[in-house]
Design a protein around this ligand. Structure first.
Ligand SMILES: Nc1ncnc2c1ncn2[C@@H]1O[C@H](COP(=O)(O)OP(=O)(O)OP(=O)(O)O)[C@@H](O)[C@H]1O
Ligand SMILES: [Mg+2]
Length: 327
């Protein structure tokens, strides 16, 4: 068993076919996925409803049989040694299954018992503090908000100090403040040494939390890399300059000399200048305009968003890509 691998998760040619029921055709929910997640990373799986995110998480957690391909998690083959994989991972699934009549502390202690954690009372106190639930620990779970339940669920997944933590849509359905708290907990858990693999439908979540991410659509990986590298592959940053309509042509002529210029289009109140390295080009844009006797009213720089990456990769915008849109 290889425990020294630099990878927390290694997946090759992963396939899942669900059998059809009552004469219905089966569906191939995962269509041959390759993936490597380094130890210590927060890795994100971004995709719309039905993309195959939960199916992959369940296969990696040994909760669902693999149709084809290989997967190693925490250095262990999920097909050959599922029990050892389960000892090394923590899982918080999309549907939170907490008994509402028990207190947060009771639920955590129960989980410690299941994993035979030594000194359970001390471990529970430590985890409650980690997820910010020390104050609420002795209240029943039915009095918890959605965000508190998610945080308790995170804590239960951590009792046995897993090497890899799987989170399936950890913030779906939460309000913005609770979402930010869960993000903080995930960062803290990762800083304490746990590799995190999370799925999300939220572009902002992937951008904020993940060092690297893969975009999945219809069971296939369509792009992967760091959020910045994915955006950079789209090429251009855009500098928008505010101009009077009678200045447009002179400004276009002046900007033709801009190093790294891709193209210029009309914008709402001026011109949009597409360039490779926007931050470096801002000063040149202003200088060229001023030299041509034009003083732009405003200058702003925007980078492509992950939404643009998704659009470029799939030809569609991700639905419900912001929590507000999903709500
Ligand atoms: N038990 C099952 N039997 C048959 N088909 C299934 C089963 N579970 C999921 N599917 C199908 O597999 C595809 C992928 O589903 P999955 O739940 O993995 O998507 P997801 O990316 O997690 O979506 P969501 O964002 O809605 O949670 C979908 O078409 C779904 O209908
Ligand atoms: Mg899902």
């Amino acid at each position: 068993m290889d425990t020294d691998s630099e990878f927390a998760i290694e997946v090759r040619g992963l396939v899942k076919r669900y059998r059809g029921s009552r004469g219905q055709a089966g569906i191939e929910a995962v269509r041959g996925i390759d993936l490597s997640v380094r130890r210590g990373e927060v890795f994100g799986f971004l995709g719309p409803n039905g993309a195959g995110k939960t199916t992959i998480v369940r296969m990696l957690c040994t909760l669902l049989p693999i149709t084809d391909g290989q997967a190693r998690v925490a250095g262990v083959d999920v097909v050959k040694n599922p029990a050892e994989v389960r000892r090394r991972i923590g899982v918080a699934l999309q549907e939170v299954g907490l008994d509402p009549r028990q207190t947060g502390r009771e639920l955590l202690e129960l989980q410690c018992g299941l994993y035979r954690v030594p000194r359970p009372a001390a471990r529970c106190a430590e985890l409650l503090a980690l997820v910010g639930l020390s104050e609420a620990a002795d209240r029943t779970v039915k009095t918890y908000s959605g965000g508190m339940r998610r945080r308790l669920d995170l804590a239960t997944a951590l009792v046995h100090e897993p090497q890899v933590l799987f989170l399936d849509e950890p913030t779906t359905g939460l309000d913005p403040a609770s979402r930010a708290t869960v993000w903080d907990e995930v960062r803290r858990i990762n800083a304490a040494g746990t590799t995190v693999f999370l799925t999300t439908q939220y572009l902002e979540e992937a951008d904020q939390l993940c060092r690297r991410l893969a975009i999945i659509d219809d069971g296939r990986l369509v792009a992967d890399g760091t959020p910045d590298s994915l955006k950079a592959k789209l090429g251009s940053d855009v500098i928008t300059v505010g101009l009077r309509p009678d200045e447009h042509q002179a400004a276009r002529d002046a900007l033709a000399a801009l190093p790294g210029l891709d193209h210029v289009t009309d914008a709402a109140e001026g011109l949009a200048v597409y360039v490779g390295e926007g931050a470096a080009a801002v000063a040149d844009v202003v200088r060229l305009l001023v030299e041509a006797g034009i003083r732009p009213g405003t200058v702003s720089l925007a980078r492509p968003t992950l939404d643009d990456v998704f659009l470029a990769s799939t030809g569609r915008r991700i639905e419900g890509g912001t929590p507000e849109a999903a709500a």
